[in-house]
Design a protein. Structure first.
Length: 285
């Protein structure tokens, strides 16, 4: 009986020692794991607001590339031109990607935003569309031309009409800020209707409103139009209206913002833009 009790005691002691040893091993492993986590580089989340097309599509292409650089890109999509800047100002976004330089400058002037242009990515040539006529030459006298209600678009749209020989703007004005009242010559006595929100111009075109409609390419593409094939005239690729990454002043020096621009201007993304939109969207680099 004594031998039996001694044997049982020794067995329990061995098991206890083994359990303690296992516990120490687990603790050591756990400690190593904790150290690894501490030493590992944490991802940085970057939230960017963007128009659906082409901006958000381009960002989605860039997302896995940025992930390899430790940047978790979160994309918030918008269908208007007002909220992305409001949300950037309120710090709901780290950056936005939907607007060109003249629009950004006007927004800063009108709203006092402390924003800067972190860098350009692409140009979306604006187009003139018509359900009734196949060329600009066919537009009759007194034709109604529909423009965006966004005053920031007017200079660009009127400059396009001037470049195509339809009107002439006053000498000496800043054409990026031109308005309908700045038209000096209008040989065909066109009527200009600027009462439609930019995102609704495609619908006006589809409804056969007006004789010609000027539509921003992001809205055209987003609604299934191909600016190269469907427009009767297209803005030159040398347009100064570059779509940019906008950030709050001071944030343009952040590593994640610089990396975002580096990726968006990379050959991989440039080639994607050219292949995806066949000239309807043109990279700036």
């Amino acid at each position: 009986m004594k031998k039996l009790l001694t044997g049982l005691f020794l067995s329990v002691l061995v098991l206890a020692l083994a359990a303690c040893g296992a516990g120490k091993k687990d603790d050591a492993s756990s400690g190593a794991s904790t150290d690894d986590k501490t030493d590992s580089k944490e991802n940085v989340t970057l939230t960017v607001g963007a128009s659906n097309t082409p901006h958000a599509v381009i960002l989605e292409k860039a997302k896995p590339i940025l992930a390899k650089e430790g940047i978790d890109l979160q994309i918030e999509t918008y269908t208007d031109y007002v909220l992305p800047n409001q949300d950037l100002a309120s710090e709901d976004l780290d950056a936005n990607y939907f607007q060109h330089i003249p629009y950004l400058e006007l927004q800063i002037k009108d709203n006092g935003y402390d924003f800067v242009n972190a860098g350009g990515v692409h140009i979306e040539p604006i187009g003139i569309y018509s359900k009734k006529y196949k060329s600009l030459d066919e537009l009759p006298k007194g034709a109604t031309i529909l423009l965006s209600s966004s005053v920031a678009d007017h200079g660009r749209m009127l400059s396009l009409l001037e470049a195509k020989g339809l009107i002439k703007l006053k000498d000496g004005i800043d054409k990026t800020a031109a308005e309908i009242k700045d038209i000096a010559e209008n040989p065909k006595n066109f009527k200009f209707d600027a009462n439609t929100a930019p995102e609704m111009l495609v619908q006006m075109y589809e409804n056969n409103e007006g004789d010609a409609v000027l539509i921003n390419s992001n809205f055209a593409i987003d609604n299934g139009l191909n600016p190269v094939n469907d427009s009767i005239a297209l803005e030159d690729k040398e347009s100064p209206y570059v779509n940019i990454i906008a950030v709050r002043a001071g944030d343009e020096t952040k590593k994640e913002i610089k990396k975002l621009l580096e990726v968006l201007n990379s050959k991989e993304i440039q080639d994607f833009i050219l292949e995806e939109w066949k000239g309807s969207v043109v990279p700036v680099q």
